[in-house]
Ligand binder design. Structure first.
Ligand SMILES: Cc1cc2nc3c(=O)[nH]c(=O)nc-3n(C[C@H](O)[C@H](O)[C@H](O)COP(=O)(O)OP(=O)(O)OC[C@H]3O[C@@H](n4cnc5c(N)ncnc54)[C@H](O)[C@@H]3O)c2cc1C
Length: 288
């Protein structure tokens, strides 16, 4: 699977902290906010969850030294959600305590983890209000979850959703997902607590910018958020229009599942990988 690394490199800041730090610094120096994610998910032992927690603490200490205003993103399955809920919640509490006012936003994973993630988010948020939550527009339940987060002043990052979910719980057509995304985004922009609108979809962004202008939504009341290495052109345009743009920056050695999700999101990605594999096989890379 190392053959996929040339592709993965575009989407991750590096395989380890040392490589990632200069890239994180570059994002900051270019005028973006950032949310840093240490890659990893679905751990199966307590030791792995402890290790993930320690890695976040080490990251936090390293970043303090570059005085960066940053957020963190984390998957609760990385902190042991699939092992024991209370153990996972306690790991998150410890991170929240250590990280003070920095936001820790919980990524939303496959639907097996949705309810558990939301319950832990709400429980830890009561004592640590800097915990935020990602919500996926493709899930039927998300309308209620967004409403609930608004009522509880939980900061939401709205995305379309990156997992394959069945039709009894999730919208399947892109048109319907877009419609739901817009509905939820409008609601968050008007009533949410520092929401992040996470999409690179130009058709949505055009409508969102119109809405923001019409409704006189203050640029400092929300963020646009995009993935590291994806649509840097749009990131720059939005930043130059005066909006706050946050870049989701993943790094770490467990890059494969994240990369595979990015791979299937765009036809051209698949072509890139196939072409690369052919070139490797034929040895053409040696000519460059
Ligand atoms: C900041 C952020 C955080 C996220 N967090 C989560 C989460 O917690 N849980 C979750 O399930 N999903 C998450 N996602 C992923 C999200 O659900 C979508 O799968 C992903 O963003 C693609 O949807 P899109 O809205 O960008 O639109 P799309 O229609 O998929 O893409 C619009 C355009 O963006 C570009 N683009 C998008 N993806 C790629 C790619 N992989 N490679 C190259 N170009 C691309 C292309 O130009 C494409 O035409 C997150 C996304 C973002 C931006």
């Amino acid at each position: 699977m190392n053959l996929l690394y040339p592709f993965a490199k575009r989407f991750i800041a590096g395989p380890d902290l040392k490589t990632a730090i200069p890239n994180i610094r570059k994002i900051k120096e270019s005028g973006y906010f950032s949310s840093i994610d240490i890659l990893g998910e679905s751990v199966s032992t307590r030791q792995q969850a402890e290790t993930a927690k320690m890695e976040y603490l080490k990251l936090f200490e390293s970043l303090d030294s570059i005085n960066h205003s940053f957020d963190f993103s984390i998957k609760l399955s990385q902190l042991g959600l699939g092992i024991d809920r209370e153990f996972c919640a306690e790991n998150l509490r410890q991170l929240a305590e250590a990280m003070g006012n920095h936001t820790i936003r919980l990524d939303m994973e496959g639907s097996a983890y949705t309810q558990g993630t939301l319950e832990i988010c709400e429980a830890v948020h009561r004592t640590h209000p800097h915990i935020g939550q990602a919500i996926q527009a493709y899930l039927f339940r998300s309308k209620n979850d967004v409403r609930h987060c608004i009522e509880n002043k939980i900061s939401v990052r709205l995305c379309k959703g990156a997992y394959k979910e069945p039709s009894d719980i999730a919208l399947q057509s892109m048109d319907e997902i877009r419609t739901n995304f817009l509905e939820l985004a409008y609601q968050l922009l008007k009533e949410g607590h520092q929401p992040a609108i996470a999409t690179h979809d130009e058709s949505l962004l055009v409508k969102l910018l119109d809405f923001i202008t019409q409704e006189k939504i203050a640029p400092e009341s929300f963020y646009f958020e995009m993935l590291y290495g994806v649509r840097r052109d749009l990131q720059k345009i939005l930043k130059e229009k005066g909006y706050r743009v946050r870049v989701y920056i993943p790094y770490g050695k467990a890059w494969l599942p994240y990369t595979l999700r990015r791979l299937v999101e765009k036809k051209e990605n698949l072509l890139f990988v196939i072409t690369h594999l052919f070139r490797e096989t034929l040895g053409l890379r040696k000519l460059h």
